[in-house]
Design a protein around this ligand. Structure first.
Ligand code: 13P
Ligand code: 13P
Ligand code: MG
Ligand code: MG
Length: 371
C-alpha cells in the first residue's frame, strides 16, 4: 500500500460576535475550495469543521508533509474564507493570516499544522483532536498519558505489540531545538521537560524497536506554531490540533480519549491570559462563550479507506463525558472567582506577550525608589 499523508491545518480567519464560533458561510466556502481540489485530483479527500473560532481543514493526499501545493491550497482556502469574513464584518477577520502572500509553506504565516505521512495498515483508525482557547503545550498531558502512562493505557502493560514503549520528539519552542527521548526508560526526564508546557512541547511520537509499525513513521503529531514568536506581538494564543493513529499495536481509541475525561488546567481562555479547565465537547457545543471559554476540545474519529475519510465519529457527544463537563464547569466557576489574581491569570512571563505591558507603561513614571 502506498503511503498516505494526512494534514490537519487550522486558522482563525474570523468569527461571529467575538471569538466564539465560525460562521457557516466560512465552512461552506472552505468546502467549495477543497471540493474543487478533490475534483482536480490534488487531494484524495477532506473534512471541514471548526472548534470555537478556528476553521479546521482535514486533508488526505499522497504528496508528503510540508508540500507546497497542499499548503498553498490550505492558504488559499483560508484566504477565501477570510474574504467572506470581511464581507460579513466578522470579528477578527483574517486574524491568523499574518502575511499578505504565500511563500511556499504555511508554517510561520499563522496557521497551525499537524501532518504525517505513513503506510496505512489494513484498517487505519485516526483521530483528529482540536482545541480552542489554549496553546500547543495543552497536548503534553494527554499525549504523555496515552503513550506513556500504564494507568491510562492498559495496552502498555498487556499488549506485546506496544509493551516496549514509544519515542517522543520534544521541541523547545523558545531555543528552537529538539530532543528524541524514550518511554518508559526516560519517563522522569521527559516529565521534567514537558511539565513546563509553555516551553517544551511534544511534537511527534514514533513506534520503538519491537513494534510491528515502521519506526520512521509517526503515530501522533501536534501543531506547535507559536503566533507570538512569528509576529513579535501577541495576536491570540495558537489554538492547537493533533492527529493520533489508534489500534493494532497502538493505543486503542478509548485509551486515546481517556485522558480527556479529566478536565485538566490549560493556559489560554479569556484574552489568552488565563488558566482554566479543558472541557471535552461535541461539535454542537464547540463554541466558546463563558469568559470566552472555558477552553474546549473536540475529537473526531475516522477510518482511512484508500485515503478516503470514513466518518466522523463525534466522540465527546457521548454522555460518558457529562461528568467531566460538570466538573469542568465547577472548576471554571472556582477559577473565575479569582478574577485578576494568579494562578487564574497567567504568570507575568506569559503576560509579556499580551497588552498588559502597555498598561504598566502608563504608570511607570509614578514609581519612586524605597531607601
Ligand atoms: P487491537 O490490538 O486490535 O487494537 O485491540 C485492542 C482493543 O481495542 C481492546 O480494547
Ligand atoms: P482566539 O485565540 O481563539 O482567537 O481567542 C482570543 C481571545 O482573546 C479570547 O478571549
Ligand atoms: Mg479569534
Ligand atoms: Mg481560537
Amino acid at each position: 500500500m502506498a503511503k498516505i499523508t494526512v494534514s490537519l491545518i487550522k486558522a482563525d480567519v474570523g468569527s461571529v460576535a467575538g471569538h466564539t464560533t465560525v460562521h457557516e458561510k466560512l465552512i461552506a466556502t472552505a468546502q467549495r475550495k477543497l471540493d474543487e481540489a478533490r475534483e482536480a485530483g490534488l487531494i484524495i479527500d477532506f473534512f471541514v469543521t471548526h472548534v470555537g473560532d478556528d476553521l479546521e481543514l482535514l486533508l488526505t493526499h499522497t504528496k508528503g508533509v510540508d508540500n507546497e501545493e497542499i499548503h498553498e491550497l490550505a492558504w488559499n482556502t483560508f484566504k477565501a474564507a477570510a474574504d467572506v469574513a470581511k464581507e460579513l464584518k466578522l470579528y477578527g477577520a483574517g486574524q491568523d493570516l499574518l502575511s499578505d502572500a504565500f511563500s511556499g509553506n504555511v508554517r510561520g504565516l499563522g496557521p497551525g499544522v499537524a501532518e504525517m505521512e505513513f503506510t496505512p495498515r489494513r484498517s487505519e483508525p485516526i483521530i483528529a483532536i482540536m482545541m480552542d482557547k489554549t496553546e500547543p503545550g495543552a497536548f503534553n498531558y494527554p499525549i504523555f498519558k496515552i503513550f506513556a502512562d500504564p494507568f491510562n493505557t492498559a495496552g502498555l502493560v498487556i499488549d506485546p505489540k506496544m509493551h516496549q514503549g514509544f519515542v517522543f520528539e520534544i521541541w523547545d519552542i523558545i531555543e528552537h531545538r529538539r530532543v528524541f527521548m524514550n518511554v518508559p526508560e526516560e519517563m522522569y526526564d521527559i516529565l521534567a521537560l514537558i511539565g513546563a508546557k509553555g516551553r517544551f512541547v511534544i511534537k511527534r511520537v514514533y513506534p520503538k524497536e519491537g513494534s510491528p509499525l515502521p519506526k520512521d513513521e509517526p503515530v501522533a503529531v501536534i501543531s506547535t506554531e507559536k503566533l507570538f514568536f512569528i509576529k513579535g506581538e501577541y495576536v491570540g494564543k495558537d489554538d492547537p490540533v493533533a492527529l493520533v493513529r489508534s489500534q493494532s499495536g497502538l493505543p486503542a481509541t478509548g485509551e486515546i480519549l481517556e485522558p480527556f475525561a479529566f478536565p485538566y488546567l490549560v493556559s489560554g481562555w479569556m484574552r489568552g491570559s488565563h488558566n482554566g479547565p479543558l472541557m471535552p465537547v461535541s461539535l454542537k457545543d464547540a463554541m466558546c462563550t463563558r469568559f470566552d471559554g472555558p477552553p474546549r476540545v473536540l475529537a473526531l474519529g475516522f477510518n482511512l479507506a484508500d485515503g478516503k475519510l470514513i466518518g466522523p465519529v463525534d466522540f465527546f457527544a457521548d454522555p460518558a463525558y457529562n461528568t467531566t463537563r460538570t466538573i469542568a464547569n465547577l472548576i471554571a466557576t472556582y477559577m473565575r472567582l479569582h478574577g485578576p489574581f494568579e494562578p487564574h491569570r497567567l504568570p507575568s512571563e506569559e503576560m509579556e506577550y499580551t497588552t498588559l505591558p502597555k498598561v504598566l507603561e502608563q504608570i511607570k513614571d509614578r514609581f519612586e525608589s524605597i531607601e
